[in-house]
Design a binder for this molecule. Structure first.
Ligand code: ADE
Length: 255
């Protein structure tokens, strides 16, 4: 896999997870395909195509395939928020995926649970080189930038004193997890699981099938329990875009 990013595809599910990046892109050109706006241009000198996929695996897969086939991206980065699946994780921590799995894939008894039929795989590994660079960018963001980029009021109300960066397994499914019992069941199904979201593993499968290196970064917005809906809405409105902007800036500038 090439570690040089010739053309980056940058996907987020929702506007609040990417806000600010499109606005500072240079030499932009917008095209509308399949109900999505693809904005091409330069992001800190890197040729980039930004797009909002909307929520869920189908939406994310269609968007990733369009980025690859129509816009010729050489790498894909998904940035957004996730629910914590591990007790140690707190709102504001960052998870960088080493691997992703579709927790709602189940064609038993035809194939083993979680395995993508006819692909013979359940877990998709992210690109090591891009993921290493992303984890470094995230670590630099939390150490050097987060305090300046997030207001004191928001840091206090979300208790973002010292966010940490974790690496590991993320699970995706067409489900907003908002019950402790469900979250515990998913954690029991995948003991190393760190975070739950709704798109990453779909992008991972498309990138695997097309041979395109990809990485996924998620900021924890909630604990995938009964308070998740409110925590999620507040976090994406007030904080999520600051993380995405800061980490992507570090990634592009550090090269
Ligand atoms: N994205 C952010 N929080 C989530 C949750 N609790 N479940 C699924 N996706 C999420």
């Amino acid at each position: 896999m090439s570690s040089h990013i010739t053309r980056l595809g940058l996907i987020s599910a929702m506007h609040q997870e990417q806000a600010g990046l499109i606005e500072i892109m240079q030499d932009t050109e917008k095209s509308h395909r399949g109900m999505r706006d693809y904005v091409s241009g330069k992001l800190w000198g890197i040729d980039t195509v930004c797009v909002l996929s909307r929520m869920g695996k189908v939406a994310a897969a269609a968007t990733a395939a369009t980025l690859i086939e129509r816009f010729g991206v050489t790498h894909i980065l998904f940035t957004g928020v996730a629910g914590a699946a591990e007790n140690e994780l707190r709102v504001g921590d960052i998870v960088v995926a080493d691997a992703l799995v579709q927790h709602d894939m189940n064609t038993m008894p035809l194939f083993p649970q979680y395995e993508v039929p006819l692909l013979g795989l359940s877990h998709f590994s992210s690109d090591k080189s891009l993921t290493d660079r992303l984890a470094q960018a995230a670590a630099d963001f939390v150490t050097h930038d987060a305090a300046d980029m997030i207001s004191e009021e928001d840091r206090a109300s979300f208790q973002l004193a010292s966010p940490r960066v974790f690496r590991g397994l993320i699970a995706s499914g067409d489900e907003f997890v908002h019950r402790q019992e469900r979250r515990d069941a998913l954690k029991a199904a995948f003991p190393p699981l760190l975070a739950l979201e709704m798109e990453g593993a779909a992008v991972a499968q498309v990138c695997f099938e097309f041979g395109v290196p990809f990485a996924v970064i998620r900021t924890i917005s909630d604990s995938a329990n009964e308070s998740a809906p409110l925590d999620f809405m507040q976090f994406i409105e007030r904080v999520a875009s600051r993380y995405a902007f800061g980490v992507v800036k570090r990634l592009c500038v550090q090269g």
